[in-house]
Design a binder for this molecule. Structure first.
Ligand code: ZN
Length: 314
């Protein structure tokens, strides 16, 4: 089956969301849309195949019933989740558990994630790490609400990348559009939510004890991107480890790719062009997300396109 799996996915409303996902051509049901779960088999928002012989099938069912499309992968659940987030306001300051803590306490995998900054307003910031030197100091600063001294703020711009392993204190700041590649998990421990109330006047739940349990000490170590240039292609590798490999392909004309993993997730963030597989051409443009399955050993992109591609860890 050499057809790419093009996906239709789920928009999620959030207290901090906005309407910037319009730029990808999505029809937004409100102006508080925070997330598009672009490639997802997570029960909280599953993608649906929209073309070919599996049209209408949910990605989680396809993964369970046709494992051959995914290189007969051994993992019980589809391992990755690709999201686009529109932070029209700050997200909560949060942390995610690792696999051992997540499975023991929440019945699902932990979450290591990473962010590619698609766009950012001038001066936009994220929280990436904290300054506490011990768990005792961490607890003191959280309990006294000394956020000013505790949290590490970093300015960001379009094209930046951040690796956010489980245990990292983090928050995406106001005015940032991000593509996130993460383990397929929805477990978040909130440390601080800026004392915000929703439309009903409610505060969102915090998870202070679990946060202190799982927070790492020391500043997070970001990865160093590496760039290779070929004819019509600038390829940037942002991260490649046990969790995932994430690359950016900046394409300016015809380029032939040979597969480097059992299956590959692709998100088109800019431009338009064609994807040709086994002699069939498919138009692709910004906002499209698709999976190149195991039977696809090579493919050709043509046009002017920026693609974020990812695959499961090695
Ligand atoms: Zn997170």
């Amino acid at each position: 089956m050499t057809e790419p799996l093009f996906l239709d996915s789920v928009l999620q409303e959030k207290i901090w969301g906005g309407d910037h996902l319009k730029r990808f051509g999505y029809t937004l049901p409100s102006d508080k849309i925070g997330e598009y779960w672009a490639i997802s088999a997570h029960p909280n928002g599953v993608s649906t195949i929209k073309n070919g012989e599996y049209a209408g099938v949910k990605l989680d069912d396809l993964y369970q019933e046709h494992r051959e499309l995914f290189g007969n992968a051994k993992k019980d659940v589809f391992p990755l989740l690709t999201k686009i987030l529109d932070a029209n306001d700050w997200l909560s300051v949060q942390v995610h558990p690792d696999d051992a803590y997540g499975l023991a306490n929440e019945g699902e995998l932990g979450k290591t994630e990473c962010w590619y900054i698609i766009d950012a307003q001038p001066g936009a910031e994220i929280i990436y790490g904290h300054h506490a030197k011990s768990k005792a100091e961490l607890r003191d600063m959280i309990e006294s609400g000394d956020w000013e001294h505790l949290l590490t703020k970093v300015k960001v711009k379009a094209g930046d990348f951040f690796y956010v392993p489980s245990g990292t204190m983090h928050a995406i700041g106001k005015g940032i559009l991000i593509l996130e590649t993460q383990q397929s998990s929805d477990t978040t421990y909130r440390v601080y939510d800026f004392d915000r109330r929703d439309d009903q006047g409610n505060l969102r739940e915090l998870h202070i004890e679990k946060s202190i349990d799982v927070l790492n000490l020391g500043e997070p170590a970001n990865t160093t991107p590496s760039v290779t240039k070929e004819e019509n292609l600038d390829k940037t590798t942002f991260v490649s480890n046990d969790f995932f490999t994430v690359e950016k392909w900046e394409i300016t004309g015809p380029v032939t790719f040979n597969k480097t993993a059992p299956y590959t997730l692709c998100s088109v963030l800019d431009g338009q062009g064609t994807l040709t597989v086994a002699g069939e051409s498919y138009p692709v443009q910004l906002g499209d997300h698709f999976i190149l399955t195991s039977d696809i050993t090579n493919w050709i992109f043509d046009g002017k396109l920026t693609v974020i591609a990812s695959h499961d860890g090695e």
